[in-house]
Design a protein around this ligand. Structure first.
Ligand SMILES: *[C@@H]1O[C@H](CO)[C@@H](O)[C@H](O)[C@H]1NC(C)=O
Ligand SMILES: *[C@@H]1O[C@H](CO)[C@@H](O)[C@H](O)[C@H]1NC(C)=O
Ligand SMILES: *[C@@H]1O[C@H](CO)[C@@H](O)[C@H](O)[C@H]1NC(C)=O
Length: 981
């Protein structure tokens, strides 16, 4: 090996080389050092100090081999690996890297590299692994890549690459490529694989989310070792590639969804496609959703017996469901929704003993629901909505003990609701709306479903009779819709004990009498529709005083009295009061004036007070912890810097029950600031003026090991977790004492009520997301015991003085009944096996919790993903569910990637007016798109492929840096947002 191998020297290296010319190998390693320094010189920011060791000017010429991320071959003394993945580096990639002629591995993934991929990298002819994924690289893939003949692993995914995939990349005469990932770019053109090209070793082909057109090239059939093909979300056309697939005996995962594929014989025949897969004896998943595929489902689908998941939704598949599908004995998910299927549901489906989720909605299925459905022990979700099913709801559903979601709406079902349905004690969502179901609402049903915690919808049926008193036992339910039936009599005031209720619709019935005050006192009630009934009397004051109610409709009743536009009514117009001839008031436009303006002054005062007392924790104050620990700045964002609590025992102040009684005015109703499923929260002031929030846990719910669990939770300490100041535990009284947060909850900021609060700009929102992710990552990975949060949502995220986010209510599920069974002995016991029943809120809860799975860290990742999507879309997940009938993931996914423009535009419009620094449109839309992608990845249905909270926290911190780095030229950020960048 001689000097002439080097293609380029810079002057410095030449001098050094001449200086040490007596030792050829030394010269070469010195030259490599010069190349690496030249690479470093193009790096403009290294916030983690990843290249610190590179700055050492040691005279040891082999010192370069000790630089972080650099590996040498010790025999030849040459650099063979440069791995700087996830180091937050910013800058461009220097072509000088091409001088490292022995390099076999180059991994720069997960940084902020911009600019183009230097074509010179093509001269690294020994390169086996090249990963530049998850950067901001632009431009085209350089044609010089074709010189990389030894390449085994190539990952350029998740950049901003454009243009066509160079044919020479896939057709360079090399036979070694096993892993090819160009996904999540903006690549266009066809997949350039011609018949003379062979990728015989290829096992992974990942091209999802690009703009690729044309057909899947036939030459791919020579890649017979393929295991994983993901071409999702492109613009690919042509017949399903059955000829190619028939040559893939090792295929495991096939994702072709969201393209423009058609079936054979002019989009009428699916049989060749399924037949081509019968020899793939490892096939686990096929996903063809969103392709407009036509044809009938062939019975041969039953021969793909190794399948675990089948997704064929949103196509044009017609005809009956073949009973042979039940031969796929290990199937856990079958989604045939949104097709043109007809005929009846074959009762054979019930032989699939492992089925967990069955979606047949939005077809034209008719006939009865098979009685045998009661025999599917693992069924957690059954969606038969939007079909033409008739007959009654089978009594056998009572056996589905795992059932969490039962969706039968928009069918032609008749007969009564079987009272035995109350035995499905794990139900979370029961939607029987838009049928012809008659009879009464059985009291056994609602009593049995007292655990139903999400959604009860019986709307638009033929139900009569009164609301059973047992409904009041549903103290976890978030939404009740009984509208459009013939229900009558009064509304029981006991409904006021459905403490978690957010949405109540009783409209279009024959209810009468006064509307109970207790319902206006519900602490979370947001929407109330009483229209088209026969209610009379005055509207209860409690409604107007509610700090949470936003949407109300009282129209077409017999209410009377004087209405003002104060409090919760300030956002209403006359349309909410139409058709009540005896209502009057001058402050709402369109209402007739009252004859006697009789308005007591203390009433006004009461309203003003109620305005001041906004929802939970939304009071001005300062956290107690800051008082005693203000000097001890807890370490910031990075995982490595998490403060791990050692043996140090912190002294918690002793606060007696008596002091708490004094501080909260005897737990008076005026200090009540919130109520949750597990008890009430009161604000209070201690004698030394510290403001506190006291969470009193409902004594009937408290777990036996309350005290021990509190000790454990107290030890989970992190700057983004709310600190438990102390606990108070007596046999008859259990409470947590927490600091009162001055800026309220994220909920208040995302949905400001009555114009009292301003919204947040993108920099603040991303910073809050980053805080939350850090807090969760600590709970999952670094706290003394692993804690699953179980109920992450905006109202459980509190904001400090400087808008630092603090996660609250973590581990609460563990403090109440149901969490006991797992813990036995030491603190290393995990919090994992919390009973799923106590976990989650509608819209944020992971779908697998409906499948009998216990609470898990992946469930928290799901909730976090929903939070990201909520922040970006500005839509509440409950609104998406109630108004659009889909969950957040589906709603965004069906707009991804080509229909996101309106979401991005809207998000910018929402955040820009509040921006504390000028908004850079391009950067903002980049960040918004990345938040959407991260949200989608976190909310994937399969919990095992969701990222860990540690990865998520890292991604969000990169976005935060990107956003802040991009704005830092304005320097404004430093002045106005010291804690967010
Ligand atoms: C780079 O290092 C990381 C761990 O630090 C490792 O996970 C990754 O596989 C390495 N990259 C390559 C291409 O070997
Ligand atoms: C597979 O490779 C052979 C060369 O080994 C080639 O002749 C043939 O055309 C290729 N098959 C396809 C379908 O391209
Ligand atoms: C079904 O799963 C079990 C293991 O869970 C496996 O042993 C069996 O081979 C699978 N059956 C088929 C047909 O793949």
């Amino acid at each position: 090996m001689g000097f002439c191998k080097f293609s380029k020297f810079d002057l410095l290296s030449l001098i050094i080389v001449l200086y040490v010319v007596h030792c050829e190998n030394d010269a070469q390693i010195l030259n490599e050092r010069v190349s690496l320094l030249s690479f470093m010189s193009r790096i403009t920011d290294d916030p983690k100090g990843a290249l610190e060791s590179w700055k050492n000017s040691s005279s040891d010429i082999l010192h370069v081999c000790k630089w972080s991320g650099v590996t040498c071959d010790m025999k030849e003394n040459r650099v063979i690996e440069v791995n700087l993945t996830h180091k937050s580096l910013r800058g461009t990639i220097s072509p000088a890297l091409s001088n490292l002629s022995y390099l076999e591995i180059l991994d720069l993934s997960g940084n902020f590299f911009e600019g183009q991929i230097p074509g010179e990298l093509g001269f690294l002819y020994r390169l086996k692994e090249l990963s530049l994924s998850s950067n901001h690289l632009e431009g085209e893939i350089p044609f010089e890549m074709r010189f990389l003949q030894e390449l085994v692993y190539l990952n350029l995914g998740s950049n901003k690459l454009v243009g066509e995939i160079p044919m020479s990349l896939l057709c360079n005469g090399s036979n070694s490529l096993q892993y090819l990932d160009l996904s999540n770019n903006s690549l266009s053109g066809e997949i350039p694989l011609e018949s003379q090209c062979e990728l015989r070793e290829l096992r992974y082909l990942l091209l999802w989310s690009n703009r690729l057109v044309g057909e899947v090239p036939l030459a791919l059939s020579n890649s017979t070792k393929l295991e994983w093909i993901d071409l999702e979300s492109n613009l690919l056309t042509g017949e399903l590639p059955s000829e190619i697939l028939s040559k893939m005996p090792h295929l495991k995962f096939l994702y072709l969804s969201y393209n423009r594929f058609s079936s054979h014989n002019g989009n009428t025949n699916l049989k060749p496609f399924f037949a081509s897969l019968v020899n793939s004896s490892n096939l686990q998943e096929i996903d063809l959703a969103g392709n407009y595929l036509g044809g009938e489902l062939p019975s041969i689908i039953g021969d793909l017996s190794t399948l675990v998941q089948i997704n064929l939704d949103t196509n044009l598949i017609y005809g009956p469901i073949p009973p042979q599908i039940s031969n796929i004995v290990n199937l856990t998910l079958l989604n045939l929704s949104s097709n043109l299927l007809n005929g009846s549901i074959p009762s054979e489906l019930c032989q699939m003993g492992r089925l967990e989720r069955l979606y047949l909605s939005n077809n034209s299925l008719s006939g009865h629901i098979p009685y045998a459905f009661g025999n599917m022990p693992h069924l957690g979700l059954l969606d038969l909505s939007k079909n033409k099913l008739s007959g009654t709801i089978p009594e056998s559903f009572a056996n589905l003990v795992q059932l969490r979601r039962l969706l039968l709406y928009e069918n032609e079902l008749s007969g009564p609701i079987p009272p035995s349905l109350g035995k499905c004690i794990n139900l979370e969502i029961l939607d029987l709306s838009h049928n012809m179901i008659s009879g009464i609402v059985p009291s056994e049903l609602v009593a049995g479903l007292s655990n139903l915690k999400l959604y009860l919808n019986l709307s638009t049926n033929l139900l009569h009779g009164h609301i059973p008193l047992e409904l009041s036992k549903m103290d976890m339910v978030l939404a009740i819709d009984l509208s459009k039936n013939n229900l009558s009599s009064g509304v029981p005031s006991q409904l006021g004990s459905c403490i978690a209720l957010e949405y109540l619709n009783l409209s279009h019935n024959a209810f009468e009498g006064q509307f109970p005050t207790s319902i206006g006192n519900l602490p979370y009630l947001k929407q109330l529709d009483l229209s088209f009934n026969h209610f009379n009397g005055e509207l209860p004051q409690s409604l107007q005083e509610s700090s949470t109610l936003k949407v109300m409709n009282f129209s077409y009743n017999d209410f009377h009295g004087n209405i003002t536009n104060k409090g919760a009514f300030s956002s209403l117009t006359v349309t909410s009061f139409f058709g009540n001839d005896k209502l009057c008031g001058s402050s709402i436009k369109g209402l007739p004036n009252c004859h006697k303006p009789k308005r007591a002054r203390h009433f006004l005062v009461a309203i003003l007070l109620s305005l001041l007392i906004t929802p939970i924790f939304c009071l001005v104050g300062y956290p107690l912890v800051l008082k005693s620990k203000s000097k001890k700045q807890l370490p910031a964002v990075n995982a490595v810097k998490y403060e791990l609590e050692a043996s140090e025992e912190i002294k918690y102040p002793r606060i007696s029950r008596k002091q708490l009684i004094e501080a909260t005015g005897g737990f008076s109703s005026s200090s009540l600031i919130g109520s949750g499923r597990f008890g009430h929260v009161y604000k209070g002031v201690l004698r030394d003026n510290t403001r506190i929030a006291v969470k009193v846990i409902d004594s009937k719910e408290v777990s036996g090991s309350f005290k021990r669990e509190c000790q454990v939770l107290k030890r989970a300490r992190h700057r983004n977790l709310i600190r438990i100041i102390t606990t108070c535990s007596r046999p008859d009284f259990k409470a947590l004492v927490l600091p009162l947060m001055p800026n309220g909850s994220l909920e208040n900021h995302l949905y400001p009520s009555h114009g009292l609060k301003n919204g947040l700009d993108l920099v603040q929102l991303v910073s809050i997301c980053s805080d939350v992710a850090e807090g969760l990552a600590y709970l999952h990975h670094y706290s003394p015991v692993r804690v699953v949060h179980c109920d992450l949502k905006p109202s459980n995220i509190l904001l400090d003085n400087d808008l630092t986010a603090l996660v609250t209510d973590f581990g609460i599920a563990k403090l109440v009944k149901g969490g006991d069974e797992s813990v036995n002995g030491d603190d290393s016991a995990s919090f994992d096996s919390t009973d799923g029943l106590l976990c989650g809120s509608i819209g944020y809860i992971a779908p697998e919790y409906g499948m009998g799975r216990h609470a898990s860290t992946q469930g928290d990742v799901y909730s976090f993903g929903v939070l990201l999507l909520e922040i970006v879309t500005g839509k509440r997940p409950t609104d998406v569910l109630f108004q659009e009938g889909s969950n957040m993931h589906e709603w965004v996914k069906c707009r991804y990637p080509n229909k996101l423009e309106p979401i991005v535009e809207e998000a910018i419009a929402r955040c820009a007016p509040r921006a504390t620094v000028p908004c850079n449109r391009k950067i903002w839309s980049d960040v918004i798109l990345e938040l959407i992608e991260l949200g989608l990845i976190c909310t994937q249905y399969n919990p095992s492929i969701r990222p860990s909270m540690l990865d998520v926290a890292h991604e969000v911190s990169l976005l935060k840096q990107y956003l802040c780095g991009a704005n830092s030229t304005a320097l404004l950020i430093e002045q106005t947002q010291p804690n967010h960048c």
